[in-house]
Design a protein around this ligand. Structure first.
Ligand SMILES: CC(C)(COP(=O)(O)OP(=O)(O)OC[C@H]1O[C@@H](n2cnc3c(N)ncnc32)[C@H](O[C@H]2O[C@H](COP(=O)(O)OP(=O)(O)OP(=O)(O)O)[C@@H](O)[C@H]2O)[C@@H]1O)[C@@H](O)C(=O)NCCC(=O)NCCS
Ligand SMILES: Nc1ncnc2[nH]cnc12
Length: 291
């Protein structure tokens, strides 16, 4: 018997999905240059976030994602028991995040979006088309979790002030920002040979063109939201992140959003959701022992 067992460990489906969710969060954080967000260059519009904290937060969420996948496999169907189990695990995940970040909200929206998507992917691993996963996640999000607290969150305040419905509605509508904008743009930019990092930036920009990001609305009101949406569209119209003109517009957008203190944190979460679905849909990483 060898002292070291070098055989690759076979991971369960729940472990593989949790790995993909954490990978998506880390890839989102690392992607640079993202307008006004934390990335490899710096902290964007944030004073309390940095890249190391985003990484630590992502890693701390692995057990919650794994548990959400396990409970979906165990219960096997969309219904109130699964919705409430996922809600409880999501709230525990938020506590794990806050313990790791010493109280800073790094990934609240991402726990919500990726949690639902992980559960949806685990429910039917043979049905991994983006739209099918998103619709299952939406059916879960539409169920009312009786134990969910209703705090006066930033999203709730923005809903009162501007009528924006934010993260909850995005999930209940089956993630249109991801399935109708980010994923098609990601694939288009890849096909056009723009390179993976530029394709991901373009996917983020495609989300930003249209999203009612409650993070931006809370920090910078309607002017901030308009600046984000029009600026993102201007980058794409100029040729996207891979073109010189697009890069110039991207740099301008970064400066404008930072000046307004407007951080598109909701769009960043949805980019992570897009990267997660893209990998699940491609199927590669779900093949047993692919890690
Ligand atoms: C249903 C919930 C998502 C709660 O929603 P609600 O809108 O009430 O709550 P918020 O606390 O405001 O969190 C929503 C977060 O979702 C992201 N987001 C924003 N707009 C959208 C959008 N249109 N579509 C999708 N996602 C969106 C965003 O997250 C990012 O921003 C975070 C930082 O935001 P904020 O706290 O406002 O922070 P700052 O402005 O930086 O604060 P200060 O520095 O000024 O203090 C960052 O973390 C990103 O993640 C919104 O913040 C859901 O959370 C919920 O009900 N959870 C309970 C558990 C549960 O049921 N889980 C089940 C499934 S897992
Ligand atoms: N890269 C990032 N910067 C700031 N807020 C975020 N929320 C999720 N990802 C983020």
């Amino acid at each position: 018997m060898h002292a070291l067992n070098l055989q690759p460990k076979t991971l369960s489906l729940a472990e593989r999905l949790a790995d993909l969710a954490v990978d998506a969060l880390i890839d989102e954080a690392d992607l640079s240059p993202k307008p006004a967000l934390v990335d490899r260059r710096g902290n964007g519009a944030h004073t309390d976030l940095h890249l190391g904290l985003m990484h630590a937060s992502a890693l701390a969420l692995w057990p919650a994602f794994k548990e959400m996948a396990e409970v979906a496999i165990e219960l096997g169907e969309i219904g109130l028991p699964l919705r409430e189990a996922v809600g409880r695990i999501g709230r525990d995940g938020e506590q794990a995040m806050l313990a790791t970040t010493h109280g800073v909200n790094t990934h609240r929206g991402a726990i919500w979006a990726l949690g639902l998507l992980v559960a949806a992917a685990a429910l039917e691993p043979d049905s991994s088309a983006a739209s099918a996963i998103a619709v299952r996640a939406a059916r879960l999000a539409l169920l009312d979790d009786r134990y969910a607290p209703r705090p006066l969150s930033h999203g709730a305040q923005v809903a009162q002030r501007y009528g924006a419905r934010g993260a909850r509605e995005e999930a209940q509508l089956a993630f249109p920002a991801v399935t109708q904008r980010a994923l098609p743009q990601l694939k288009r930019s890849r096909t056009d040979g723009h390179g993976e990092q530029n394709a991901r930036l373009d996917a983020l920009l495609a989300i930003m063109t249209n999203l009612a990001d409650t993070c931006v609305l809370y920090r910078a009101g309607e002017e901030g939201l308009r600046t984000m949406q029009l600026g993102a569209q201007a980058v794409l119209d100029a040729g996207g992140s891979a073109s010189l003109a697009g890069r110039r517009r991207l740099h301008e957008l970064d400066q404008q959003l930072i000046a307004l203190n407007a951080s598109p944190g909701g769009a960043a979460d949805l980019l992570a959701a897009c990267l997660f679905i893209d990998r699940v849909e491609s199927g590669e990483s779900l093949i047993q022992g692919a890690f």
